[in-house]
Design a protein around this ligand. Sequence first.
Ligand code: ADP
Ligand code: MG
Length: 255
Amino acid sequence: MQFILDIMAFLKVENVFFTYPKSNVAVLDDISFNSNEFEFLSIIGPSGCGKSTLLRIIAGLIKSTSGKVVLDNHEITGPSRNISFVFQDFALLPWLSNLENVKIGLASKNMPDYEREKIALDMLNKLELTGFEDAYPNLLSGGMKQRVGLARALVSNPELLLMDEPFSSLDELTANSLRYAVIEVLKDRKTLPKSVVMVSHNIEEAVEMSDRIVVLSSKPTSVKKIIKVDIKRPRDKGSRSFRNKVNEIYSIFAS
Ligand code: ADP
Ligand code: MG
């Protein structure tokens, strides 16, 4: 069964090694894992182990030293319009309005501007930003900035959504409501990403959101373990099954 799932996997990370040029310290040391269609996968690991590096390799933004990444049977060799990225620090353009920032997500689509605008407005609405279309990002709270970042990433209907610690620069209450918003938006899987990979250093967050969690070691980084989170949704953080899963991952993380 596992063999068939591996062959059919939507995203395959195969024997990825990486050392930054001009540095002789190996960062990624033979990373392999798969993600299936409609799966939410998290990657957790200690600070500096190479999570952001790995996500950039998956996005085609940097090239692995060896190994490959395959999305829907096509090897990723550079940036792709099928892949969207959500950054920890939002990465919004301050001289553009929120609506214009979201429209950037549609820049590669061949469509008239009024259509682009309509799709962007719809996505802003889904993320509860109606009324803030013409405002500039600097006037928004961190949580709202990240809603714009998410809208920009989702508006192009990407096959793969990559998120690098998307909630970690937000206070806990804001992060919670944004996690909920993401879970809600992702429920509509007819139109939205087939696969989501999120980097996190927050074990509870990973257990709350993911179908599986890839736990990485420290440098030179390898996969310690891949854990399935088979807890019914919506997940109750106070439940025994939730606490047990968090504890299980803590002990692997710390081992
Ligand atoms: P994480 O996201 O897990 O905290 P990173 O992927 O940002 O880790 O970084 C992994 C390692 O690579 C770190 O030790 C970091 O210092 C190093 N590193 C990151 N970017 C560069 C770079 N541009 N050149 C050289 N080393 C880098
Ligand atoms: Mg990082």
